[in-house]
Design a protein around this ligand. Sequence first.
Ligand SMILES: [Mg+2]
Length: 259
Amino acid sequence: MDGSTSPMLRSLLSPQGLEALETLARAPALFAFDFDGTLAPIRPRPDDVHVSATIASRLDKLARMRPVAIVTGRRIDDVRERLGFTPAWIIGNHGAEDEGDPEAAARARHALDALRERLREREDGLAGAGVLVEDKGQSLALHFRTAPDRDAASAMIEDALAGFTHALHVFGGKLVWNAVAADAPDKAVAVQRLIARAGVQAAFFAGDDVNDEPVFAAAQHQWVTVRIGCERRASAARFCIAGPHEMAGVLDRILALVG
Ligand SMILES: [Mg+2]
């Protein structure tokens, strides 16, 4: 292999995937989901993204039988109203916002103050390049999805973040750069904590983006981890599905197993 490609992920709907799902569903397990690009397709305007009634009704059923969590890059308050059901827990800001740990959440917010100031100083230049700065409290997101020249916008973002990459954890996503406190919990830590909170040993976790990879990489062998998107791209997930449009079918399988 030349290093630029990675093996195809196996579909969760393959015989091996369904067998792993069946094994997991027999044990008490946490069912955790990313939001954007996982439970609903990504849209040009993040505000337009909501879980469909089809998915919400299935998640509502599952949440009555098993512990269900949402682990998202969005703020908790932002995502809550987009779900259409009530999960046991919501973890926001890529793992850094946990209602069960308000002191850590406050620390994670203040760790970003110096970068906040830098971004305020450069507000006009960033806006002029089509960069949308979103202050989510425990994370700062610099979106360039709608920038007319994405390369120029990306370069301007990199320049604004220069000098902060050691003090903060800076990571890319789908046409966005994110910054969080260097010591803030990531999604992998968040899922481990939820497993302890739920009093279970294993987890199902589905996600589509770079910040979901630590969860996949930290998973135990009996977990079922699912990357949304089966294209050739390096991923530590065990399985994949083609897109959020396959999620209703996956939830039907899970409900048939746990019901
Ligand atoms: Mg996502």
